[in-house]
Write a protein that binds this ligand. Structure first.
Ligand code: 2AL
Length: 242
């Protein structure tokens, strides 16, 4: 089984973290093909970034289809391009917010999300609504670190850890969901420190895809998620019509 894990931002060091965390949970015989988007923003932390990450994600899905990928993870917590990616892919496509929030509902009555910048909170709220888990979501908190500071700021681990601890206390929650793929490698350490389950969406989404493919399940090609109709796309997007 080949699972293509797409980092929709164009920062290869973050892809390495994502690859390590997905590979650590994948079953023997499952190969993790972690790829960095070939075009788009260096990090995704606004609606503007999110929409401009779309073409890079779709190009990575199209390439994965040609290479025979069995399923995909979109490894950014805004789950950018998820519906469009499903239209292109034959196998399952799972976003890390989707996988993490749904996994959290199995483990406790309420979860807290700890994200990067406060401006990403609205998107996470919208996703909790979309996935039908709003009643489990006790709060969404920002640690006010930009995405790339997770790698460059030596205080980052401590800041995210303390934000998780404070979120659980403030919300009275049972589970923490990490709100950025760049936090994936902090998961085990934070869980040890604060004593509640902490969910990294990269690992959760990888195993969700693995489970679906193992069950022989693919994306439904009927209706909304059927392949998009062929047409021409103008300007910089002309190659997407091919
Ligand atoms: C993210 C993420 O997971 N990757 C990225 O570039 N931005 N999420 C976030 N909340 O900032």
């Amino acid at each position: 089984m080949r699972i293509r894990v797409i980092n929709p931002n164009t920062t290869p060091s973050m892809t390495s973290t994502i690859e390590r965390c997905a590979g650590a949970v994948a079953a023997p015989g499952v190969s993790i093909d972690a790829v960095t988007a070939a075009m788009g923003p260096a990090s995704i932390e606004s609606h503007y970034d999110e929409i401009l990450s779309g073409p890079g994600i779709l190009a990575a899905i199209a390439q994965g289809e040609r290479a025979g990928a069995d399923g995909y993870v979109i490894a950014c917590f805004g789950d950018p391009g998820l519906d469009a990616a499903r239209e292109l892919a034959r196998g399952p496509v799972i976003g890390i917010a989707e996988a993490a929030m749904r996994t959290a509902t199995h483990l406790g009555r309420g979860f807290s999300v700890v994200t990067t910048l406060a401006r990403t909170i609205g998107r996470a709220e919208d996703l909790a609504d979309r996935y039908g888990v709003r009643r489990y979501c006790r709060g969404i908190h920002a640690c006010e670190l930009p995405v790339l500071a997770l790698e460059s700021d030596p205080r980052a681990r401590k800041i995210v850890l303390e934000a998780c601890r404070a979120a659980v206390d403030a919300d009275g929650s049972d589970v923490v969901v990490l709100g950025c793929a760049g936090m994936a490698d902090l998961c085990a350490e934070i869980a040890d420190e604060i004593g509640v389950p902490v969910i990294d969406g990269v690992a959760a989404a990888t195993l969700t895809v693995q489970a679906l493919v193992t069950l022989g399940l693919r994306k439904s090609g009927r209706g909304e998620f059927a392949a998009p109709r062929r047409k021409s796309y103008a300007g910089l997007l002309s190659e997407f019509g091919a």
